[in-house]
Design a protein around this ligand. Structure first.
Ligand code: TPP
Length: 362
């Protein structure tokens, strides 16, 4: 019932054959890469995601480094091709190389263009400088297809410990994609409160209920104007998740997807077998909000903000009471419980109103 893996499974189904993942330490690095097993796999061509985990605190920078390394190599490929294009002895490759250069930053188109380059360089028997350059291209052929760079981790990483790095990478303007599994706690180490934990929720270091508001990470990223941002919930609207992943990947700049993920530490009274339904309830009661902010729309003179959540219809309080992290507050701290639950509802409403205002600005 863990809410995290469904998101990355979908991303790998879309882009796994050309994907690189930097994974922050956390549950996702445990279910994602505990030797001797791995849930990641390859397709019929033997291509699958390249995955690595550095540290809990530097994952955004780590993924950014992967991206910059690949960018540098691919720019060198482009320069080598440009030099070859200018050589009379390599003139027969002109079209193939020009086609690759024109499509090098388009994921799908670069696949076709790269196939043609590989065929061409396999058959080439030039001499001198041209031969040298062709050799360089052969060595780098794994980099011909455009990579899809993903940086993934939990809210403890993204909202708290790794936030400085995440902010730096989002501010870079580079073509990277960040996926945050938002369990609203540090799940892997037993459920400590993070800046994503909402007010009233019981967590370690917030044993009497968290007293401060959940940070709105998405709005902070939106403030840059050129960052694609989405909040999603698989069990609430899987089509919206798919749209967000596609738009984020296609956007030629930084993207941030914040994904609601129920966790065993939430203490769902219905049981973890109902965690998908729990995501739908979270949206229906206005606890979690679905939206997409796409800077491309702004360039087209349209409103970049799309609110995908409908007006809440279900009981917010019932949603809280269905989870031990909230209901335990009512039992153990009855003097403050009412006030905290009211605050939680008020803050969620405020967030929804704010998103509505942005959506109606068009
Ligand atoms: C600098 C540092 N501090 C603490 C830890 C221990 N640690 C490993 S994973 C983790 C929690 C991860 O929480 P989160 O980022 O929310 O991911 P989740 O487990 O919820 O998916 C912590 C504290 C660490 N690895 N490195």
């Amino acid at each position: 019932g863990c809410g995290e893996p469904a998101y990355i499974k979908l991303v790998t189904q879309l882009y796994g054959d050309r994907m690189m993942i930097a994974n922050a330490t956390g549950c996702s690095s445990i279910w994602g890469g505990s030797a001797p097993t791995t849930p990641y796999t390859v397709n019929h061509e033997g291509k699958g995601p390249a995955w690595a985990n550095s540290l809990f605190e530097d994952n955004a920078e780590f993924g950014y480094g992967m991206y910059l390394g690949v960018k540098q190599i691919r720019n060198k490929i482009k320069e080598d091709m440009q030099e070859l294009i200018s050589m009379p002895e390599a003139s027969s490759f002109k079209d193939v190389f020009e086609n690759w250069i024109a499509n090098m930053n388009n994921g799908e188109a670069s696949k076709e263009a790269s196939k043609k380059v590989i065929e061409a360089i396999e058959t080439c028997n030039c001499d001198g400088r041209a031969k040298e350059l062709i050799e360089c291209l052969r060595e780098k052929k794994d980099y011909l297809v455009k990579k899809s760079q993903w940086i993934v981790g939990g809210d403890g990483w993204a909202y708290d410990i790794g936030y400085g790095g995440l902010d730096h990478v989002l501010a870079s303007g580079e073509d990277i994609n960040v996926l945050v599994f938002d369990t609203e706690i540090y799940s892997n180490t037993g459920g400590q409160a993070s800046k994503s934990t909402p007010v009233a929720a019981m967590a370690k270091f917030a044993a009497a209920g968290k007293r401060s508001k959940k940070k709105d990470l998405g709005m902070m990223a939106i403030s840059y104007g050129n960052v694609y941002v989405a909040q999603v919930g698989m069990g609430a609207d899987k089509n919206q998740v798919l749209k967000a992943i596609r738009e984020a990947e296609e956007y030629d700049g930084p993207s941030l997807i914040i994904a609601y993920a129920p966790c065993i530490s939430h203490g769902l009274k219905e049981g973890m077998g109902r965690s998908t339904a729990n995501q739908a309830q979270a949206v229906a009661c206005g606890y979690w909000h679905l939206y997409r902010y796409n800077p491309v729309l702004k360039e087209q003179g349209k409103n970049p903000f799309t609110l995908d959540s409908k007006e809440p219809t279900e009981s917010f309080r019932d949603f809280l009471m269905g989870q031990v992290r909230y209901s335990a507050i009512a039992k153990q701290f009855p003097d403050v419980a009412e006030e905290l639950f009211n605050l939680a509802e008020e803050y969620s409403k405020e967030r929804y109103e704010n998103y509505k205002r942005l959506a109606n600005q068009g």
